[in-house]
Design a binder for this molecule. Structure first.
Ligand code: F6R
Length: 608
């Protein structure tokens, strides 16, 4: 998500830090900051906005001169983009200063614990908790303090820490968030990602899970969580800058597809406490939910497709009536809205003009508006009454993948949360559903491990003229997203149809060798879908079925089968859509398309 750099050497640290951060700009960020150990203690400078704003702030600033420093570009997750929420975050006394990538799942519990002990918080970040805890645990030995810290933190983190007591050192630790280190003579550097250090070295140490390193001019000392010294060897990369920014992948889109297990897990874990869903910020009572006369979901493009799945899940678990509307149409349909209406606006960017207009329309009519947004500090996030964030991290590829997947997760959690409040699902069933949600990151990872199967299928069909996606119920919803992905990045004509609707017209288009992708992940509707498959097969179509592992019967009716792990029917779109994303990606790649920046499209659509 965010970017981290650090430098120890003989040169002025600030230019190294700024140069390193500039190399991480592609990741997306909304504020930046650096901290340097100086003769007068640790000096911190931060600024909301672009790196150039930070550079402007430190130009001619002699206070920030020193040879040891850390820097950060922040993509807001806890608290909106601002100078005070930017990293580095200092501890109460300013003796310790921290940069952090990742999400601390139990930060609220830790924050309350610290507040009860008299700590005051300046920022809204989860990172400030870490700075205070390090100060609390430091007893003259930074390795001990960091080891104690990791027994308290739940979530993902890579940390760079400056301490006024050891001004010649940077301490680092990581869990579930990458961190690499490198050296050039007595200069040492650290970064969250290779591009930041390519000008410095091409040989890197990788910090392992739970490991600690202390960087100083004398060397890099590595420790495990028992404080045993570790010896490490480096790995070498020959990548150019372009490849490095994409983490070695050919396109941002495939990098983002591969990031989905992490993104989904980062969206789930802060919202769960044992078997309870935490939506403290939303804070609905049973009366509120029971009192909703209507729930609308409104959004554009893929976010609208996520809304279609959201409708099925919320309706099914709460038995409340939900309608999904295209945001560009919402206000023209004269929707029936009152103060008892809940309107959910879904948007990755939080800036889509049609979605924002729908939000303002709903608010003006008195509805309660809930945002489901990826970009903290965006217009929709600010204007919604409450916003639930999808912690997908910055999405660079124009075609959304990981943000869409995280939108589905928010809908699942929201549905379970509402169902619990109003008691519309039995307690054992609610727990089973949560277990299924928790298992999704692992299941997505499994599909990604087997991505070669999808690539093989794409290799057979990348020259298709038309592709039809069919499904029933939620499988139809997943098909809509699969079809949009394919057409927007490969430029192949494609349509998604509710399978039962084919016979009412579209089947006229099916001819010998037409490619049909049948999404058959929903057990309840499987037999019905297979009847529709037989109908297109009888017209000569070539059919690929996407279904759950072990459902070999699909091979009797389809020409090709792609399998996804088994899950609860309601959550199956989270798995089948990964296969469809991969299919689109491989087809587009085989056709040599400009995958990350498809023609005529923009990442954020700010016109109506
Ligand atoms: C498709 C895609 C678009 C967006 C749509 C809404 O891959 O990315 O269809 O989903 O433009 O954008 P947001 O979610 O930013 O409101």
């Amino acid at each position: 998500m965010c970017g981290i750099v650090g430098y120890v050497g003989r040169e002025d640290a600030a230019p190294f830090l700024i140069e390193g951060l500039r190399r991480l700009e592609y990741r997306g960020y909304d504020s930046a900051g650096i901290a340097v150990s100086t003769e007068n203690g640790i000096v911190v400078r931060k600024s909301k906005g672009r790196l150039s704003a930070l550079e402007e702030k430190i130009r001619g600033d002699h206070m920030i001169s020193g040879n040891v420093g850390i820097g950060h570009t922040r993509w807001a997750t806890h608290g909106e983009p601002s100078d005070v929420n930017a990293h580095p975050q200092p501890s109460a006394s300013g003796r310790f200063v921290v940069v952090h990538n990742g999400v601390i799942d139990n930060y609220l519990e830790l924050k309350n614990h610290l507040i009860r002990r008299g700590y005051e918080f300046a920022s809204e970040t989860d990172t400030e908790v870490i700075a205070h805890l390090i100060e609390r645990y430091y007893n003259g030995d930074m390795v001990d303090a960091l080891n104690k810290l990791q027994t308290r933190l739940k979530g993902s983190y890579s940390l760079g820490v400056l301490s006024a007591d050891n001004p010649g050192q940077i301490a680092v630790i990581r869990k579930d968030s990458p961190l690499i280190l490198g050296e050039r003579g007595d200069e040492k550097m650290l970064a969250s990602d290779i591009p930041a250090m390519l000008k410095f070295t091409r040989d890197f140490y990788e910090l392992g899970e739970g490991e600690i390193a202390i960087l100083s001019r004398e060397g890099i000392a590595f420790y495990d969580s028992d404080k045993e010294a570790l010896s490490k060897s480096t790995f070498h990369v020959d990548w150019d800058m372009d490849a490095a920014e994409k983490g070695g992948y050919e396109h941002f889109m495939i990098k983002e597809i591969m990031e989905q297990p992490r993104a989904i897990s980062d969206t789930i874990t802060p919202r769960l406490d044992g078997d309870k869903v935490l939506f403290g910020d939303f804070n609905l009572t049973a009366e509120d939910i029971a009192g909703f006369d209507k729930i609308y979901i409104t959004a554009c493009g893929s976010a609208y497709h996520a809304g279609i799945i959201g409708k099925y899940v919320i309706q099914s678990l709460t038995r409340k009536s939900v309608d999904v509307e295209l945001a560009s149409e919402f206000r023209y349909g004269d929707p029936i809205i009152s103060e008892k209406t809940l309107v959910i606006v879904v948007s990755q960017s939080g800036e889509t003009a049609d979605s924002l207009a729908a939000l303002r329309y709903a608010k003006a009519k008195g509805a309660r508006v809930l945002g489901v947004v990826n970009v903290v500090g965006s217009s929709i996030a600010k204007e919604a009454d409450v916003t639930l964030f999808t912690n997908a991290g910055p999405e660079i590829a124009v075609a959304t993948t990981k943000a869409y997947s995280c939108q589905l997760i928010i809908f699942y959690l929201l549905a379970v949360y509402m169902a619990e409040k109003i008691g519309s699902v039995a307690e054992t069933e609610r727990r089973r559903l949560l277990e299924e949600i928790k298992a999704l990151p692992g299941k997505v990872a499994k599909i990604l491990e087997n991505k070669d199967d999808v690539q093989r299928f794409a290799a057979l069909h990348f020259n298709a003229r038309d592709v039809f996606f069919i499904g029933r119920g939620m499988d139809y919803g997943a098909g809509l997203e699969g079809s949009l992905k394919l057409k927007e990045i490969s430029y192949i004509h494609s349509e998604a149809y509710a399978a039962g609707e084919l016979k009412h017209g579209t089947i006229a288009l099916i001819e010998r060798d037409s490619l049909v992708v049948a999404i058959a992940a929903n057990r309840r509707l499987f037999d019905k879908l297979i009847s529709n498959v037989m109908v297109v097969k009888a017209r000569g179509a070539c059919v690929c079925g996407v279904t759950w592992e072990g459902n070999k019967v699909i091979e009797e009716s389809c020409d090709f089968a792609l399998y996804v792990p088994e899950t609860e029917d309601l959550f199956a779109p989270s798995l089948s859509v990964i296969t469809l994303q991969l299919f689109s990606y491989y087809v587009a790649s085989m056709r040599g398309a400009d995958i990350d920046k498809p023609r005529n499209l923009a990442k954020s659509v700010t016109i109506e």
